[in-house]
Write a protein that binds this ligand. Structure first.
Ligand SMILES: NC(=O)c1ccc[n+]([C@@H]2O[C@H](COP(=O)([O-])OP(=O)(O)OC[C@H]3O[C@@H](n4cnc5c(N)ncnc54)[C@H](OP(=O)(O)O)[C@@H]3O)[C@@H](O)[C@H]2O)c1
Length: 318
């Protein structure tokens, strides 16, 4: 399997990962957000095991989780399923309003315990907040790297300016900022206009694209007459005229996919991967979805097809 360095770090990663936000006990979400249940309620451990196996079989060995996903159940489930397996795990320093800078070492230990590991491959600051000083946090991240508990350091939901601060603080310790995980898909192209993608190019940072299928809107299975239930009802992709607006994009994904016997999801992911600075982490709830998503690695789009998708989704750059 083809691997590449994550940013300028020593961590070698595949061009695609798997987001496991919906894995674990879905009632974990329900405790504080019942509407979320429907996002992850329709599958269990055996489907997740098959998703993990199908991904590994296709060389997709990077799995992204976080303590806030199902109150730690996603990390616990990933740790359980990954036992004895050679995979890369990315997790995050929690974003809650009480997470102060100095809480990081304890939060990391708690994640390691839930994952059943002595180190994580990528540790990311989940969201910037006023409670957390970026330079001080990056110093703690650097300590964790030196202690062998973290292999590479990333951030998430950081602006271009915040990336620069993190990058500079880590550079003082001789450590690269490996990645910034932000929302990026054909239906969410703001990283191209808010400076984040350009800053990734400039600093040599990988952009990890979350919600790369626009939470399922780009798979083609949701329409104005068949909307998802639960949390996703409130997302712009599925609310109001969101799905109608996306219909021509899905039609184009189908048309291009038909040339290669690929699904709309595979073409949508491929559009991201054609940019070598971008690494998508689609969520997968079962083996079929995981295998489908991994199938994006076995074909390529022509420059004209990339351009056609670019033109068809210009409105989503705003
Ligand atoms: N850093 C952050 O702040 C942040 C925020 C959000 C997410 N994330 C990360 O990004 C990952 C992915 O985000 P996401 O799961 O919200 O959105 P996504 O990857 O855009 O969409 C995933 C959903 O689409 C459906 N799906 C996936 N593959 C499919 C396929 N091949 N065919 C048909 N349907 C398919 C599944 O839901 P259904 O089958 O129910 O439709 C799946 O849960 C998360 O797991 C998490 O790791 C990070």
């Amino acid at each position: 399997m083809h691997t590449v360095p994550l940013g300028k770090s020593d961590l070698q990663v595949p061009r695609l990962g798997v987001g496991v936000m919906t894995w674990g006990d879905p009632t974990g979400w329900a405790r504080w957000n019942p509407a979320q249940l429907a996002y992850g309620g329709a599958h269990g451990i055996e489907e997740e095991r098959r998703a993990l196996e199908a991904s590994i079989a296709a060389g997709v060995t990077l799995f992204d989780t976080a303590p806030m996903y199902s109150n730690g159940a996603s990390e616990r489930r990933l740790g359980e399923l990954a036992q004895g397996r050679d995979i890369l795990i990315a997790t995050k320093f929690p974003p809650n309003p009480f997470s102060r800078t100095g809480a990081m070492p304890r939060a990391l230990e708690a994640s390691l315990t839930r994952l059943g590991r002595t180190s994580v491959d990528l540790y990311q600051h989940h969201f910037p907040s006023n409670q957390v000083s970026i330079p001080d946090l990056m110093n703690l991240m650097a300590d964790a790297v030196e202690a062998g508990k973290v292999k590479a350091v990333g951030v998430s939901n950081y602006s271009a300016q915040q990336m620069r601060v993190a990058h500079a603080a880590l550079a003082q310790r001789g450590i690269p900022l490996a990645s910034n995980q932000v929302e990026y898909s054909l239906l969410h192209r703001q990283p191209e206009t808010n400076g984040v993608l350009d800053t990734c190019y400039e600093l040599g940072v990988t952009l990890i694209a979350y919600q790369p299928l626009a939470s399922g809107a780009l798979t083609g299975k949701y329409t104005a007459g068949a909307r998802p239930t639960g949390l996703r009802r409130w997302m712009p992709y599925f609310r109001g005229k969101g799905l109608e607006a996306a219909a021509p994009v899905v039609a184009l994904l189908r048309e291009i996919g038909a040339r290669y016997a690929k699904t709309p999801a595979q073409v949508a992911l491929r559009w991201l991967i054609e940019n070598e600075s971008v690494l998508p982490i689609p969520g997968a709830k079962n083996g079929k979805q995981a295998a489908d998503n991994a199938g994006t690695l076995s074909f390529g789009l022509t420059p004209d097809e990339v351009e056609a998708l670019d033109q068809a989704t210009r409105a989503w750059r705003a």
